[in-house]
Design a protein around this ligand. Sequence first.
Ligand code: PRX
Length: 635
Amino acid sequence: MSYYKIGDLEQYFKHYKKSVREPRKFWGKIAEENFVWYQAWDKVFDFDMEKHDIKWFTDGKLNIVKNCIDRHLSKRGEKAALIFEPNDINEQAQVISYNELYVRVAKMANVLKSQGIEKGDRVCIYLPMIPELAIAMLACARIGAIHSVIFAGFSAEAIKTRVEDCGAKMVITSDGGFRGAKTIQLKNIVDDAIKDLSSVEKVLVVKRTNEAVQMKEGRDLWLAPLYEVAEESNVAQIMDSEDPLFILYTSGSTGKPKGMVHTTAGYMIQTAYTFNNVFDYKDDDIFWCTADLGWITGHSYILYGALLNGATTVMFEGVPSYPNPSRFWDIIDKHKVTQFYTAPTAIRSLMTEDYSYITGHDLSSLRILGSVGEPINEEAWHWFNDFVGKKRCPIVDTWWQTETGSILISPLANVTPTKPTYATLPMPGIQTVLMDELHNEITGNQVMGSLCIKFPWPSMARTIWNDHERYVQTYFSDFPGCYFTGDGALRDEVGYYRITGRTDDVVIVSGHNIGTAPIEDAINQHPAVAESAVVGYNHDIKGNGLYGFITLKVEGTTRDRENVKKEINQLITSHYGPIGKLDKIQFVEGLPKTRSGKILRRLLRSIATNRLDTFGDTSTMINPEVVQGIIDERQ
Ligand code: PRX
């Protein structure tokens, strides 16, 4: 019996049971039957839960890129692997076959090697959504270098933190990037980011916009001349199952971003498996995930999960509103997309546009719709279902995280009956539990609690780069013995899960995970600012907006407040990136605090979201007199 494909609901329950009762057999069989290995593993898993040392497929030897590309060549060499849709509608789309992808990745891998990159070296990639981004990731994986992609909307300071933390030897970037009507000067930003970092030996520069850039002698190299002369074949590095594949940074509720480390075999198996089942993948599908490769969704489903299944995957450089709000529908029509996987924030923003932007586009190729990144509200769900899917495409509301590597809770298209706003059922292998405040498991249905997972799964992040203690502390200390997701959830009468949102100081803005602490750090650098607290509030398009409550120093109170607001957002943009800008700023006399000096964020959240009935216990507050003023002047 094969466990790779789930055909119907009955089979789902059967496989789920098997995965819980006999996880070794379940995952072992999937690994054996669907992937190529240089050497089989010794044990399917080996956990030391004292140290939180988690290993899957111990001592197995493989290369993920061989599984993504090489093994498909004999059967699907001429099949399109990647379809690149440029930002500019007048630029031609590129269709890259598996054969061509092999050559392009091999050449890039040889360039990296020629520049001294070896197995285990870290390479940061700061590129726009162009084929070279995917190719650079695959080239790293082919030679065993650990890629760390930095989203091309991040600021110099955000890049610096990441490059420094992982000690990258190389940064791959481009002269610039096109995004809607804007051109972004990526190379300049990188120059600024790494000027004081000694680990970076080489900067490889892709030409995209023809911006004038400065090339630092001995450090900076144009990719083109090196690529031109590189060999067209490359022997893939033999990797151990647990060798790191990539590091991807995600915001925590405090401190600097966490470099989540994903390893090779477990990640490969579970991204492939979930891609195939969640999206009911079929051989001639054209899969389009609108995320950026700089986020985990891009890593796992634009790239690895799709290629591992030999699929055709679309990569879009631009934004949904450029040159007009029909761009997404144009692309679906033009490339005959079958699966369309996007984020609620994009849906909400497209919903506000005139319906005429959709009509006139043939969306009949679509079979399946997907949503990811934040809870999808009921209105957006129905709009997606009615106007995009024309009520004939199942919507898979996929819940997961950077840390989980692959989708953990989701309907399986054409298998699981969907329910608006519900992520529904856990994937086989995922033992979800809800916990109460006393850290006990809540059994039964129609209950609510903190969402935890009580058994390791193959694609989970193994550690935080250079900080295993923080990994243990963040994920395994709240509910001993369990991985804590940071999300709250409810389980309905039939066992379906609905994610209710973060329970910590992380706010999901337009699908981006933003820790409020680094935003506050940036605000506090303003000379007029005494103190600040940032919370999320409900925003029609973005899901959540950022609301900053700020106290000014005495000398700051005489300054022009509108100017101070502007300067604060400029500071955030330069320290964090534009996605952290505050939507609302309120200057207040004082921030509500507990006796021990902790800011009562819960209370500020209630004010920001206009839920004055949810204040909860305020008996520990030391300065209750500030609250009324904050309420009276709220925005
Ligand atoms: O709060 C959950 C929310 O996004 C968080 C993870 O963010 P990130 O690591 O950036 O990964 C996003 C893409 C996988 C989760 O803790 N989230 C993600 N998907 C959903 C969701 N909330 C509700 N429903 C979802 N489908």
